[in-house]
Ligand binder design. Structure first.
Ligand SMILES: Cc1cc2nc3c(=O)[nH]c(=O)nc-3n(C[C@H](O)[C@H](O)[C@H](O)COP(=O)(O)OP(=O)(O)OC[C@H]3O[C@@H](n4cnc5c(N)ncnc54)[C@H](O)[C@@H]3O)c2cc1C
Length: 293
């Protein structure tokens, strides 16, 4: 049976100026001929839903059903291990995702390398005036050039002082305290697919900081090779991707609008050959005041 890792074309994606995401391992590694790692989801789900037929199309239908209805435990059956290299200020956001396992390089044990995230002047963004937690627009050329150069100079100066302390036999665990947040760190990260999709929904979103989004987008890109059916379903159904969640107030407003303006034709079909999905849509259409026969 084929090894999933052999079929992956690209395992590393470079991120920012010196970082990367590397796919180290996947569970399941071994899958039946012609299947992707998505297979582990249907294999687990069929324990509860019965064996039945197993064409690729039916596997796809089952995965799509599970994602649509938040039956999440079969999705936890797939696991990923990544090697990541990113600035500490990005890693600090990353570490908030608790449903994962991390092993980071020890700056008590090792001397950190002279590697800093040094953005180009045109990568420095302006503070957003509407979102206190965000950035928006570009900074004027003179300020941006000065700041980009100063980030580089200050990083070098700080690193020299760190080296000075290490050479002076000050413990590495203390010497590191002067290093800035743009220094790179490296860690291994293991996470199951359910929690990884949750992570990606939050960190590929436009509200996430651009520097973490770059890494999340790289992981999404790698995942498309490993679990293409699940990613397709996630893009279709997740409310932070192609789908949308409506509040009760919004549903009532649409329903009122539809009733008052008289939607006369039956609800049009959605673009799916799955009968159950069509039926689910018609139920929702009815809730929104769209008639159907
Ligand atoms: C755009 C953005 C802005 C943010 N801004 C800030 C900020 O300003 N300050 C800040 O501190 N954080 C901030 N965060 C971090 C955020 O609050 C979450 O800590 C982070 O996104 C991890 O999400 P999570 O807890 O759902 O993920 P995980 O920790 O991976 O957990 C996954 C899920 O497991 C469950 N879970 C895990 N642990 C527990 C637990 N102990 N108890 C109950 N359920 C649990 C929850 O259902 C949780 O959703 C921000 C995140 C984003 C995406």
């Amino acid at each position: 049976m084929p090894d999933i890792m052999d079929s992956i074309q690209q395992k590393t994606i470079e991120c920012l100026d010196k970082g990367h995401v590397t796919l180290i391992d996947v569970m399941p590694r071994i899958v039946p001929e012609g299947k992707t790692a998505d297979y582990a989801i249907v294999q687990a789900a069929r324990v509860s839903y019965g064996d039945g037929t197993k064409t690729v199309n039916e596997d796809r239908g089952l995965i799509r059903y599970l994602l649509r209805h938040s039956h999440t435990t079969p999705i936890e059956m797939i696991e990923f291990k990544f090697a990541l290299k990113m600035p500490i200020f990005v890693c600090r956001q990353w570490a908030r995702h608790r449903m994962s396992s991390t092993n980071e390089i020890s700056a008590r044990y090792s001397i950190l390398k002279d590697e800093f995230y040094l953005p180009d002047a045109n990568e420095l963004r302006k503070q957003s005036s509407v979102n206190k937690q965000g950035s928006d627009g570009i900074v004027n050329d003179i300020t941006a050039s000065y700041c980009a150069k100063k980030i580089e100079e200050d990083s070098e100066i700080t690193y020299s002082f760190y080296e000075y302390m290490v050479k002076g036999e000050i413990a590495r665990e203390q010497a590191r305290m002067v290093l800035p947040l743009n220094i790179y760190t490296e860690f291994y990260w293991k996470i199951d697919l359910h929690n990884l999709l949750h992570f990606l929904a939050l960190r590929c979103d436009k509200h996430a900081q651009k520097e973490i989004r770059v890494f999340a987008d790289a992981i999404l890109c790698l995942l498309k090779q490993v679990v293409p059916i699940t990613i397709e379903a996630w893009e279709d159904y997740h409310p932070m991707r192609g789908a949308m969640k409506l509040t009760r107030l919004e549903v009532e407003t649409i329903k009122k609008f539809m009733t008052e303006n008289g939607w006369q034709s039956p609800a049009p079909a959605i673009d799916s050959d799955n009968k159950r999905e069509q039926a689910e849509w018609l139920e929702k259409a009815a809730l929104l005041g769209i008639k159907y026969d």
